[in-house]
Design a binder for this molecule. Structure first.
Ligand code: NOJ
Ligand code: CA
Length: 569
């Protein structure tokens, strides 16, 4: 079995993890001092959001040099040392590959601007003449994911307005033309450069986006402004050649081949499957679970779709409930749950809704959701701060917000800053221990209440969310053996999801009332998401979860496999 098959990967938003030099920005050296904490938490691998040289317009997703580390974060040597230290602790390290676009400060793009229309330098990007009598209209109607047109007009070397270039995201993030051979060659070199420095793999940013339809014609479909439905802009067949090429490079590092997980938003599990398998990517994030509301049927259906896809592609699923692009689970699950759309039409927006949240309820549900996630077969991705039960910071001062989504929408969209606020490590220290004493203020302000969630307070409190995560991560593998498939168990209560893997059972009560679990005497409750009250073994409180084992097998408890599963067996 490969290391990633049942790994728990912890996502480090480096800028907000730990600051070593007091500039208010998290960095590699800060992360290195905290590696012991992550190993103690019990994770297997780290994924670092982009740390390459970047003007930070989209916090590292705008790369100006793929072969260097941003001075905010450290140096290439420090990255190498970090990887070595992580490996000594048994932690793998994944970086973030942003190959769809670079920064407008990348030397290729600067060269393209000065070289002018018709130059070879422009062919590495998507430059086109505008429409209209004077080229004053964008070349097509495609919209940027961050709002507004996906085209920006340039000032030509002669000082006049000229061609337009395409950017799926911010104007500071020009898209490469992946039909140009030099682009592919460049990324081969980038991969090898970091692999040769010990990096174990990459998370691939917008992996479905690299190649656009050759015609760049107007998109006739209804445009919801997110670009998410424009399938001339995404998911082109030629993109698979990129991943075949990358896989060959990664496999060249056998006996310890490199690993790829894709961020892929496509409309069906069938098209997702096209990216996976022994010749392309090892895994793709299962965002389906992340966008579901707190509801037993919806969660179960998403798990089933994920397992179905996993079976079809013979790749373990990569589950996740949170990342740096969506609101935190505590806040999402504490909001009124929207059950109206069977599958959310704009998937990211579904996980970034505004609205009041009952945070106490949100924490209960987020803790139960973590127990569901970590009991599933496959890989789990955890976003930093989820283990502290952090809520989204929705009340950031307006002038502190930096996300291009906030900027481009003129403040109509809060954007993603609220899940990126620097972590609270110590309740009583300045900047809650994020930076050393006497440091500059953190790059995003931490609210006063952040101290209530500090890691040092939670560390020794057995009822804290941090303690729960530690317990889950340490018991997970022994309990739910990787080889044990998931078997749903029938219960009379529609709010209850119960599944077994081998002799271990995970039960989640999505309802607002305590539920009774039909358990025989030999059932042993191992972990509960709720604490603080004496709960009889057979009761599962509202909005909570439990892990238990049974010596005799689930059938002994009146927990029969559900009919479909029984038939499927
Ligand atoms: C997806 C990343 O997760 C997000 O943070 C980024 O803004 C866009 N891709 C553009 O790179
Ligand atoms: Ca720093």
């Amino acid at each position: 079995m490969e290391w990633w098959n049942d790994a728990v990967v912890y996502q480090v938003y480096l800028r907000s993890f730990a600051d070593s030099n007091g500039d208010g920005i998290g960095d590699l050296a800060g992360l290195r001092t905290r590696l012991g904490d992550l190993a103690a938490l019990g994770v297997d691998a780290l994924w670092l959001n982009p740390c390459f040289a970047s003007p930070q317009r989209d916090h590292g997703y705008d790369i100006s040099d793929y072969f260097s580390i941003d001075p905010d974060y450290g140096t290439v040597d420090e990255l190498e040392t970090l990887v070595e230290s992580a490996h000594e602790l048994g932690l793998r390290v994944l970086l973030d590959m942003v190959a769809n676009h670079c920064s407008d400060q990348h030397e290729w793009f600067r060269e393209a601007i000065t070289a002018g229309a018709g130059s070879a330098a422009r062919e590495r990007f998507l430059f086109r003449d505008g429409r209209g009598a004077h080229g004053e209209l964008p070349p097509n109607n495609w919209q940027s994911v961050f709002g507004g047109p996906a085209w920006t007009r340039v000032v030509e070397p002669d000082g006049r307005l000229g061609q337009w270039y395409f950017h799926a995201f911010d104007a500071s993030q020009p898209d490469f033309d992946w039909r140009h051979p030099e682009v592919a060659d460049h990324f081969d070199r980038v991969l090898r450069f970091w692999f040769d420095r010990g990096v174990d793999g990459f998370r691939i940013d917008v992996a479905h986006g690299l190649v656009k339809s050759a015609e760049l014609a107007d998109w006739p479909g209804a445009d919801d402004g997110t670009g998410g439905h424009n399938y001339d802009m995404w998911d082109q067949p030629e993109v698979h050649e990129v991943y075949r090429r990358w896989r060959r490079i990664g496999d060249g590092y056998a006996p310890d081949p490199k690993y790829f997980v894709g961020e892929i938003w496509v409309p069906s599990v069938e098209s997702l499957a096209d990216y996976l398998g022994p010749e392309q990517l090892h895994q793709a994030f299962g965002f389906d679970l992340l966008v579901q509301p707190w509801n037993a049927d919806r969660m179960r259906a998403a798990v089933d779709r994920g397992l179905g896809q996993s079976a079809r592609t013979a790749t373990p699923p990569a589950w996740t409930l949170a990342n740096h692009d969506v609101h935190r689970t505590v806040t999402r699950y504490g909001q009124a749950q929207d059950l109206s759309a069977p599958v959310p039409s704009d998937m990211i927006a579904a996980a970034r809704r505004h609205g009041p949240a009952d945070l106490e309820l949100g924490v209960r549900r987020a803790r139960a959701a973590a127990m569901l996630l970590l009991a599933l077969p496959g890989t789990s991705y955890l976003y930093q701060g989820e283990e502290l039960g952090l809520p989204e910071v929705v009340d950031l001062p307006r002038d502190a917000r930096q996300d291009p989504i906030w900027v481009r929408s003129g403040g109509a969209e809060l954007g993603r800053d609220g899940c990126r606020v620097p972590l609270p490590w110590s309740a009583d220290a300045a900047s809650f221990g994020f930076s050393p004493a006497g440091a500059a203020l953190p790059w995003l302000p931490q609210p006063a209440w952040f101290g209530d969630f500090a890691a040092d307070t939670q560390q020794h409190d057995p009822s804290s969310t941090l303690s729960l995560y530690r317990e889950l991560l340490h018991s997970r593998r022994a309990l739910f053996a990787p080889s044990e498939p998931l078997l749903w168990l029938a219960s009379d209560n529609p709010e209850l999801l119960v599944f077994a893997r081998g002799s271990a059972i995970c039960a989640v009560n999505f309802g607002e009332r305590d539920a009774a679990l039909p358990l025989a005497d030999d059932a042993r409750v191992l972990v509960r998401s709720t604490s603080g009250r004496d709960i009889p073994g057979t009761t599962l409180p509202a909005n909570s979860a439990v892990w238990l084992t049974t010596a005799t097998g689930p059938e002994h408890h009146g927990l029969r496999p559900t009919t479909e599963d029984a038939l499927a067996r």
